[in-house]
Design a protein around this ligand. Sequence first.
Ligand SMILES: [Zn+2]
Length: 321
Amino acid sequence: MRRRVERDCWCGARTARLVANVRVPDGAQFPLVRCEGCKVYALFPQPDDATLAHYYSNEYYGNSRKKFIGPVAKFVGFFQGGRARHVAREVNRHRRCEEPRLLDVGCGNGGFLMQMQQRGFAVEGTEWTADSARRIPASAGIPVHVGDLLTLDLPEKSFDAITLWHVFEHLRQPDKTLEKIHRLLKPGGLLFLAMPNHESWQAQRFGTNWFHLDPPRHLFGFGVKSLSALLRLRKFQLLAASTFSFEQNPYGYLQSVLNSRGWPRDRAYGVLKGTSRDAFATKLMDLMRVALLVPAALLYAVAEWRAGRGGTVTMVARKRG
Ligand SMILES: [Zn+2]
């Protein structure tokens, strides 16, 4: 029987089970627990600020506006376009207003917001640090609020839509953040969330080797059920849920295979991000392994998605009340 620990959860449960001690390449370990109530996964105890700052080095974001090397950045840009189309369609369908106001929490290099600007949205973003906020070109004229959403002073009931793309799992207090988002949205405003699916086939199959576990930066791990439960608790009505992401899921499988074969955790991903300091031959071998695994990764991603267990959960929800 797995060890039980005391942990107060937003769902009311006061205990969790230790799932694993997740080891990162430098040897540090982070305990991963699962709530006995809502089944959300969490690093517990949470790493302190200094530890997190160490693992969010500049390498995590990439040194310039782009987070990835050329072809991969194009790939990511293509999917940002898809996200922008999806959000514009949903907001126009549900809100029907001139120049809808949109806030992207953790807006990164601003690529998504610039696409929304072109679609007639009035956009704003948030980033944790002034350094990361500087990756957005000043010429775009996008207001970026620096700091944690919980401490930012933003006008209530002022946004038609708020988006968090692979940000929610990084937050120290996702439940409190949802309360704040609820206050910031206009009545009936929309919330878009995407994050790794801890109930996916790939998460269950690869365990601590799963790429999207990304310790210790991902502090929480949700599945469709645990995320819907939290959204309901925080007065949101679920409009749509999907577990498919062509951008995230095949690579999640592929890198997890490499991790589980004993190569250093997420090393090939470092090559794709352009942050690898490995020898050229090592990088080339990693890229060849990636290429060889692509067909299997695509098949796996389709199969798990068809079973409703894809590697990413994307949800659209509407503010109630
Ligand atoms: Zn819980």
